[in-house]
Design a protein around this ligand. Structure first.
Ligand SMILES: Cc1cc2nc3c(=O)[nH]c(=O)nc-3n(C[C@H](O)[C@H](O)[C@H](O)COP(=O)(O)O)c2cc1C
Length: 179
């Protein structure tokens, strides 16, 4: 497998697991570029993903040098598939309504002709909200594929549906479908 994958990260506490997802994809031979929402960088450093072997890490919608490969159209052309893991309630709803206000949400639109997966992570009350459920329905109807969420312990100390699927399992789904 030598697929070129874009890994999108949002600001869920589950984002620490995405380091394992990156490692799993890299060890299967994929090349991976990592795109953060600005809020995700509050929870985890892009440098970690760079150190783990990502092909590149990106946060800014308006990078200083627009001639390089770091803005949404060159990134969309490079990527063969996009996985947003973890995906917050906020980003999920933005994606469903075409809001393109950061690099990741803009890239999601620009990759509408490619396989796209979403692995949600949020509290069960957020997952069950009509806003989020409506967003899931819209995205699913356009062929966006959902991996989870699953039921289990949540960061808040509660238990319920909303936990991100384990990173190895997410990697398996992507790799099985050809990345
Ligand atoms: C410590 C912490 C953990 C959070 N975890 C989640 C989460 O798991 N899921 C979620 O939907 N929002 C979570 N949030 C709220 C989001 O960070 C917030 O809605 C943010 O605006 C989302 O931005 P983004 O979607 O652009 O990354 C968390 C916030 C904090 C402070």
């Amino acid at each position: 497998m030598s697929a070129k994958i874009i890994l999108g990260l949002t600001s869920s506490v589950a984002v620490y697991k995405s380091a394992h997802l990156l490692r799993a994809l890299l060890s299967s031979g994929c090349r991976v570029k990592v795109v953060f929402t600005p809020a995700a960088t509050k929870l985890i450093s892009p440098q970690l993903f760079s150190a783990l072997g990502a092909d590149g890490v990106y946060v800014d919608l308006f990078p200083e040098a627009l001639v390089n490969d770091g803005y949404h159209i060159p990134l969309a052309k490079w990527g063969e598939a996009l996985v947003v893991a973890p995906c917050t309630a906020n980003t999920l709803c933005k994606l469903a309504w075409g809001i393109a206000d950061n690099l990741l949400t803009t890239l999601f639109l620009a990759m509408s002709d490619k396989p796209r997966w979403i692995a949600p992570a949020m509290h069960s009350q957020m997952w069950g909200s009509p806003q989020v459920q409506s967003a899931v329905q819209r995205l699913s109807s356009w062929g966006v594929q959902f991996i989870g969420p699953t039921t289990g312990a949540l960061a808040s100390g509660d238990s319920g549906l909303g936990r991100m699927v384990d990173p190895e399992e997410i990697a398996q789904v992507i790799l099985k479908q050809g990345g």
